[in-house]
Design a protein around this ligand. Structure first.
Ligand code: UD1
Length: 437
């Protein structure tokens, strides 16, 4: 297993290009199942989760048609074509390593009339139920059963039919659930209205891709999405949007090391809650006003200790739960007491005790953590437990005094492509080492 060895040092300075978005790419790859024509995605990062999705799609009868630059190479361009009538079974072996495997459920049942997808199970940040996905598909007429740990969805005779449905749950809308129902509705008979749809930018990007395939989706990015079903969808070439969470992580890297980073290909318009919070903490975030807000160039600069912050995670356009751990690392060195509340995944606090090992003064009560800022964290061996928690620990290590060993970086590798190689040119002293057990 790999680990990162980090020597905390001075400010990070330089330029970084934000990669394509993992969370946008996953449902877009699954949408390949909606057509028999080839689908090309551009701007994909080389990440373990995307490779797992390719492996899953391969099992479901999708053929890779691009010519990789080297055997086994992945990204940035991928062309897939779904063979008609392939196996509709997404097995547990793959779905358990990548929860987003659930994204194939909607496309499969819509196109093949039946889908069998292993129930994803729990993960480090909690139970992560899929009841809303199922409720949405049932509203379109699918009959859902649980068979040997697999969710089996069968379309009624004549196929799925449009419906008006409410997709909100106790914690608000569901991102991948919205993706699933939206994809399924593109091929349903009649009109579907999804109320309390997720407004995340990744849903907007998915709708753009589906519309380019011939779908009729309106309102993506708002809580009410309308989908008029069509007979068939065709192929498409689509450029995946940049990764807003990666961009936000780099912004915190500049802030926590009191450095200056220029970000290219930055989806600033999709990061307003996070940039507002950074500005309130004293971080300068500037951009070229002329550019496309989904692909801007921006400068992030910090010269002093951050002011304390109050962060509460919410569905988009609120503060993203996927940046909570990174902002907590920043709060650890703020000049005062910060309050961080998690409203999406109640158990998403695995980084709290690990940051504590680095000297952070954190106290948790239920969904809220109070961080009493200290001047400097101290390096320590810490263990990553989920993707974003790992990112928080790496950021803490960059700003800490002394050496930090972040163990189990395979979690981090699921969402950040070769992070150490990208941060090193900015002055970070970070290297990948083999973990000694
Ligand atoms: C996606 C993102 C993940 C992000 C999350 C919230 C991908 C691949 N992953 O995950 O990085 O942290 O959105 O922004 O895009 N819920 C239910 N029932 C359901 C589905 C969800 O109760 O059927 C609950 C969840 O437990 C959670 C909340 O709804 O409390 C939001 O989860 P959801 O938006 O579905 O997360 P994902 O789409 O799985």
């Amino acid at each position: 297993m790999d680990a990162f060895l980090i020597q905390g040092n001075g400010p990070l300075r330089g330029r970084l290009r934000v990669n394509g978005s993992k969370n946008a790419a996953l449902p877009q790859m699954a949408a390949v199942l909606l057509t028999d024509d080839p689908v090309t995605l551009r701007g994909l990062p080389d990440l373990a989760d995307l490779r797992s999705m390719v492996a899953l799609l391969d099992e479901l009868g999708c053929i890779r048609e691009d010519e990789p630059s080297a055997p086994g190479a992945f990204g940035p361009i991928l062309t897939l074509r779904a063979e008609p009538g392939g196996d509709p079974h997404a097995r547990y072996d793959i779905v358990r390593t990548m929860r987003a495997g659930i994204c194939v459920l909607g496309p499969l049942v819509a196109r093949r009339g039946v889908a069998r997808v292993a129930m994803p199970g729990g993960c480090a940040i909690g139970d992560r139920p899929v009841d809303l996905h199922l409720r949405g598909l049932e509203a379109l007429g699918a009959v859902i059963t649980l068979e040997e740990g697999d969710i089996v969805a069968r379309a009624p005779k004549g196929g799925l039919r449009g419906a008006t449905l409410f997709l909100g749950g106790a914690s608000g809308p569901t991102v991948l659930g919205t993706a699933n129902v939206m994809c399924a509705a593109t091929l349903a008979r009649g009109t579907t209205i999804i109320e309390s749809a997720a407004c995340e930018p990744e849903i907007v990007d998915l709708a753009r891709m589906l519309n380019a395939m011939g779908a009729k989706v309106r309102g993506a990015g708002s809580p009410r999405i309308t989908v008029e079903g069509v007979e068939r969808l065709g192929g498409v070439e689509h450029e995946v949007m940049p990764d807003r969470i990666e961009a936000g992580t780099f912004m915190v890297a500049a802030a926590i090391t009191r450095g200056e980073i220029e970000l290219e290909n930055c989806p600033l318009d999709c990061l307003m809650a996070a940039t507002e919070q950074l500005r309130l903490s004293g971080v300068e975030v500037e951009s070229d006003a002329e550019g496309d807000g989904w692909r801007s160039t921006c400068q992030v600069r910090m010269a002093r200790r951050p002011k304390p912050m109050q962060v509460t995670t919410h569905p988009h356009p609120g503060f993203p739960t996927d940046l909570q751990a990174q902002f907590m690392a920043l709060a650890c060195v703020a000049d005062g007491n910060s309050i961080i509340t998690e409203r999406i995944f109640a158990e998403r606090f695995m980084h709290v005790p690990e940051l504590g090992r680095m000297g952070a003064r954190l106290s948790r009560q239920g969904p809220t953590v109070v961080a009493t800022g200290i001047e400097r964290l101290r390096g320590a061996p810490v263990m990553a437990s989920d993707l974003r928690a790992s990112a928080g620990l790496v950021l803490a290590g960059l700003a800490a005094e002394g050496e930090t060993l972040v163990r189990r970086v395979y979690h981090l590798d699921r969402g950040y492509e070769r992070l150490e190689e990208r941060l090193a040119p900015l002055g970070a002293r970070i290297k990948r080492v083999e973990e000694v057990k």
